[in-house]
Design a protein around this ligand. Structure first.
Ligand SMILES: [Mg+2]
Length: 302
C-alpha cells in the first residue's frame, strides 16, 4: 500500500472553487415561456448564458405562469420527490462533453490536481442543492475524470497526510479514507437548505444578509462560505500541529462581480485575521485565458 510521505514537505495549498463555468460548463437549463405570434405563451428551455439577455425582454419572455421563478430554476435545486437529480445528471453530461473534446472550465484541471494531491478544498456555488449533492458531484468527477493512476496517486497522498498529520500507521479501506477526506472538504450551495441551516445559527449575519440589496446577497453568502472554510482550515491545521507551515488559499470564480467582492472581503476581513496565510484569487471570467487571471490579494506575514 502506497503512502506518500513526501506530502509533509509540500507547501499547504488549498482551494475554493465556484462550480458553473469555472469547473464545468454545465448544460443546466432554465424553464421559461415565450410569447407566440398568436399572443399565447409556449414553454421553452434556455441556457444560463442566454438567460441574461432574455430577462431584459419581458414582452417576449416570462417565468412559467405555473410555479414562477421556482419552476424556472427547478434544476438548480434538488428534487423534492427523490426524482432524477438534475445537478448530477448535468455534471455527468458536462464531463462527458469534455471527454469528447469540449473545452473544460478554466479551473477543471486545478480541481483535478487538487484531488490527485489530496488537498482540502471547498465548492462554493450560488446553486440551491444540498451539500451532499455537491459531494456526490465531486465523487463523480473523481470516478470519471481522474485516471486509474491518478486515483492511486490521490489515495497515496491521502494516506500520506493521515500519516503526517494524524499520526496514522494503519489505514482504512480506500473508500473509508476517501470518505474521511471528502468529509474534511466543504460543499456550500448558498441558496440551498444546508446553507440556510448554517445561517440560521448566526443571527447577526442572517440579519445583515436580509437587509442587503438583492445583488449583494449572493456575494455576501459566498463571502460567508469562504470565511467558514478558512476558519475550518485554520482549526484543522491547529489541531494537527501543521500551523507554521506556509499556507496558501486560492479562490476561483468566473463571475467578475464575485471576484471583486471576494477580493475586497479577503483584503479587509481575512488578511489581517489570518496573517500567516497567503490569499490568491483567480478571475476566470475571460474565456481567452485558459486558467484565468491570477491576483495575489494578501501575502503571508513573515
Ligand atoms: Mg460560475
Amino acid at each position: 500500500m502506497d503512502v506518500n510521505k513526501a506530502v509533509s514537505r509540500r507547501a499547504l495549498k488549498y482551494y475554493i472553487f465556484d462550480w458553473d463555468d469555472n469547473i464545468l460548463h454545465m448544460p443546466t437549463k432554465i424553464y421559461l415561456e415565450r410569447r407566440c405570434s398568436d399572443g399565447g405563451w409556449e414553454k421553452t428551455e434556455v441556457s444560463t448564458s442566454s438567460f441574461a439577455l432574455m430577462r431584459k425582454d419581458p414582452t417576449t419572455w416570462r417565468m412559467p405562469a405555473e410555479g414562477g421563478a421556482a419552476a424556472a430554476f427547478r434544476d438548480f435545486k434538488d428534487p423534492a420527490d427523490g426524482g432524477e437529480n438534475a445537478f448530477l445528471r448535468d455534471t455527468a453530461e458536462a464531463i462527458e462533453r469534455v471527454k469528447r473534446g469540449a473545452r473544460p472550465g478554466p479551473s477543471f484541471n486545478t480541481l483535478r490536481k487538487t484531488l490527485r494531491e489530496g488537498r482540502l478544498f471547498a465548492v462554493v456555488t450560488a446553486r440551491g442543492h444540498r451539500a451532499e449533492t455537491l459531494e456526490k458531484a465531486v465523487r463523480l468527477f473523481i470516478a470519471e475524470v481522474l485516471t486509474e493512476r491518478e486515483r492511486e496517486e490521490m489515495m497515496a497522498s491521502l494516506r500520506g497526510y493521515r500519516w503526517w498529520l494524524d499520526g496514522c500507521e494503519k489505514f482504512g479501506t480506500d473508500e473509508e479514507e476517501l470518505a474521511y477526506y471528502l468529509a474534511l472538504c466543504q460543499y456550500h450551495a448558498v441558496t440551498g437548505p444546508d446553507f440556510a441551516r448554517m445561517l440560521s445559527q448566526d443571527e447577526a449575519f442572517a440579519r445583515d444578509l436580509s437587509c442587503a440589496d438583492g445583488a449583494r446577497r449572493p456575494e455576501m453568502a459566498k463571502e460567508y462560505a469562504i470565511k467558514g472554510f478558512v476558519e475550518h482550515l485554520f482549526h484543522t491545521l491547529e489541531r494537527t500541529g501543521a500551523l507554521g507551515h506556509p499556507v496558501s488559499v486560492g479562490f476561483s470564480d468566473d463571475d467578475a462581480g464575485n471576484v471583486h467582492a471576494v477580493s475586497n472581503y479577503i483584503r479587509t476581513c481575512l488578511a489581517e485575521r489570518f496573517g500567516a496565510f497567503k490569499f490568491v484569487v483567480y478571475d476566470t471570467s475571460d474565456p481567452a485565458l485558459s486558467k484565468g487571471r491570477k491576483i495575489v490579494i494578501a501575502n503571508a506575514r513573515k
